[in-house]
Design a protein around this ligand. Structure first.
Ligand SMILES: Nc1ncnc2c1ncn2[C@@H]1O[C@H](COP(=O)(O)OP(=O)(O)OP(=O)(O)O)[C@@H](O)[C@H]1O
Length: 224
């Protein structure tokens, strides 16, 4: 069971407050949808939850441990943020293999399995990354985020550059990850997609939460 608790998180960059007093809790087996227009703070909030950026005020606790103080990074996390850092000269498969070697807890067969899961067939997975289309890059980014079955999965705009089949694929993958018990965080400008997937929607505007709704599938929404 994983629990993430944000307590009064604020972030100021160059005197500009990009996040203001954000507090909420998230737990395993649910999908949390971050909604908001460009620049509302979704990516910044994700970076803070991953531990890549520290809040100016407030804290993020993962299972009771304060990120950046008691814990450098969440122990088991996979994420896709804008522009994943893959190596151009390497194939999709080799890029995943290099990443997998850091933790060394998945097999080559599992890497191939995840590539096929995201719709990159054997031919595509052998192609050099620099030859990938935008959609293929996105699929590889999703594969990297989920391949080790992490406790926490954060996907920033995972459906960007994907065709309709790709969007359906992402939906299926996220549902499966949720059923496995992962805590999933997602941002997506396609509102129907976000709403169909999310158990809770956190709506941001100018760095503030303006709405936090539970879309618990068993009837009606609840406002927090
Ligand atoms: N490195 C940075 N330096 C200064 N300001 C930044 C930096 N990164 C983000 N910001 C500011 O933080 C605010 C929130 O940006 P963020 O990228 O989190 O928005 P977003 O909701 O993810 O937008 P989008 O939908 O375009 O991805 C914006 O006003 C942005 O200009």
């Amino acid at each position: 069971m994983t629990k993430i608790e944000l307590k009064h998180v604020s972030k100021t960059i160059h005197k500009n407050e990009v996040l203001h007093d954000i507090s909420f809790m998230m737990e395993s087996g649910k999908i949390y949808g971050f909604q908001g227009v460009n620049g509302s703070g979704k990516t910044m909030l994700m970076r803070i939850i991953i531990g890549l950026i520290h809040p100016t005020n407030g804290s993020v606790e993962i299972n009771g441990k304060v990120l950046g103080r008691e814990l450098e990074f969440p122990e088991s996390i996979g994420f896709l943020l804008e522009n994943p850092a893959f190596l151009d000269r390497y194939s999709g498969y080799s890029n995943l293999k290099l990443l997998a070697e850091i933790q060394n807890n998945i097999s080559d067969a599992e890497i191939k399995e995840v590539l096929s899961l995201v719709g990159l067939n054997e031919e595509a997975s052998k192609k050099k990354y620099r030859k990938y289309s935008l959609g293929m890059k996105q699929r590889l980014g999703i594969a990297a985020a989920i391949m080790e079955n992490p406790d926490i999965i954060i996907l920033d705009e995972p459906t960007n550059a994907l065709d309709m089949a790709g969007v359906e694929l992402v939906k299926g993958i996220l549902q499966k990850q949720k059923e496995r018990g992962a805590l999933c965080i997602l941002s997506c400008h396609d509102l129907p997609v976000l709403e169909s997937l999310s158990d809770e929607i956190i709506k941001l505007e100018k760095g503030k939460i303006i709405e936090h709704i539970s879309l618990s599938k068993a009837g009606g929404g609840t406002e927090f």
